[in-house]
Design a protein around this ligand. Structure first.
Ligand SMILES: Cc1cc2nc3c(=O)[nH]c(=O)nc-3n(C[C@H](O)[C@H](O)[C@H](O)COP(=O)(O)OP(=O)(O)OC[C@H]3O[C@@H](n4cnc5c(N)ncnc54)[C@H](O)[C@@H]3O)c2cc1C
Length: 354
């Protein structure tokens, strides 16, 4: 086919990963086009988009969060201006503590130099009073946020469409032609191709040697009249506000699953949990499921293909696309455009292609 479109970059996948890559390319005045098959179960369409600075049962600081947060806040605020919609909201996270032991562990975290910065010293939990069952007390986190991925994806797609920079179809790997200085696909030629397919990268013949470990999660969207709480609750599940009356409820982690459809058993489990913990009436609006691009070792996958330097990957955002995405997308583009070294923790050179 004759080449009729020429770009600096072709990007496969317009989830949050691909979108952020193009955002940093745009800042460098690079041209790009996307190929995306609009997969409804893609993680970015399902995620709550929570940035949680302290995680796990032992309340440990999230990996490099102090580095990631400033870039995330700035990037989401710039994107909000660009799409004329606020997509990042600062939120407190109320974490259920279940006994005096939990409370003591939480209290000792306050003295940690880095983790302590994210803990509210004398929290006020009035907004949950009488509405939640089964909590001994709350540990409250500040500095976190909630990013509305589905809105970013939708609005950014409108921008891409209006410029003719997106083809909404499945990328067929066997149709890619790799030349010395460029790649071509149908009528498109580009200097480089960036792969950001989320969990579907396991089907990419150029990068399927990497240890992907996709994790499925089911979610309920519920309606509660009168928006009884504004912040995020983590008590058995996350309950996070989406708009004036809807809340996101979830989720679980499953590494073995037959497909990406919502699982009726998980719906029942989520309802049973909600019935136990919520003391206000709610209505189920929908049940959705998505697959996280998790990877072994839990560090993102960035870098060029070992034999074809004009092919690169951006993947492994796992459970934390909202915090990891902006920092590592910026890093990958600086590596490709400005020649900085890739951080060894995320460089795919740590895996040998056999
Ligand atoms: C239930 C759930 C809850 C989550 N909650 C949070 C949270 O609270 N906070 C947080 O930070 N993260 C959360 N995540 C994780 C977050 O969603 C991911 O880290 C992030 O969205 C990954 O983005 P991505 O762009 O890499 O992949 P994806 O979102 O999967 O996007 C990949 C895109 O590539 C396209 N694509 C793939 N293959 C092809 C092909 N061959 N041709 C064309 N297009 C293709 C797909 O259609 C899709 O649009 C959650 C995920 C799930 C499932």
């Amino acid at each position: 086919m004759e080449i009729s479109e020429n770009y600096d970059y072709m990007i496969v996948g317009q989830g949050i990963g691909g979108t952020l890559l193009s955002w940093f390319l745009k800042k460098q005045n690079k041209s790009f086009c996307f190929i995306d098959n609009n997969h409804h179960h893609a993680a970015s369409n399902i995620a709550a988009g929570i940035i949680n600075p302290i995680t796990g049962r032992k309340y440990v600081k999230s990996w490099r969060i102090e580095q990631f947060l400033p870039i995330a806040k700035l990037t989401y605020s710039e994107i909000s201006d660009f799409i004329s919609t606020t997509i990042g909201h600062d939120k407190l996270i109320y974490r259920g503590l279940y006994n005096i032991h939990d409370e003591n562990t939480w209290e000792t975290r306050k003295t940690d130099e880095v983790a302590g910065q994210f803990i509210v010293d004398r929290p006020n939990s009035e907004e949950y009073d009488g509405k939640i069952n089964g909590v001994f007390s709350y540990g409250v986190l500040k500095g976190g946020m909630q990013v509305q991925f589905p809105i970013i994806i939708k609005k950014y797609r409108e921008y891409l469409r209006s410029n003719g920079w997106i083809k909404e179809e499945r990328f067929e790997y066997d149709k890619l032609k790799i030349n010395e200085e460029s790649v071509s696909y149908g009528n498109i030629q580009a200097g480089r191709i960036l792969f950001a397919e989320g969990y579907q990268a396991q089907f990419n013949p150029y990068f399927n040697y990497l240890p992907f470990e996709a994790a499925k999660g089911d979610v309920l969207i519920i309606k509660i009249e009168g928006r009884p709480f504004d912040n995020i609750l983590r008590h058995k599940v996350f309950i996070a506000p989406i708009d004036d009356e809807h809340y996101w409820v979830g989720s679980d982690y499953r590494w073995k699953f037959a497909d990406d459809s919502p699982d009726p058993l998980k719906r029942e489990e989520l309802i049973a949990t909600l019935d136990k913990i919520l003391n206000v009436p709610y209505e189920i609006v929908s049940h959705i499921a998505g697959i996280r691009p998790c990877v072994k070792g839990r560090r993102p996958f960035l870098g060029k293909h070992p034999e074809h330097p004009n092919l690169a990957i951006f993947n492994g955002l796992g459970t934390k696309g909202a915090s990891l995405g902006p920092f590592w997308a910026k890093h990958l583009i600086a590596y490709l455009e400005d020649g900085i070294d890739l951080d060894g923790e995320v460089d795919i050179k740590r895996f040998v292609k056999s």
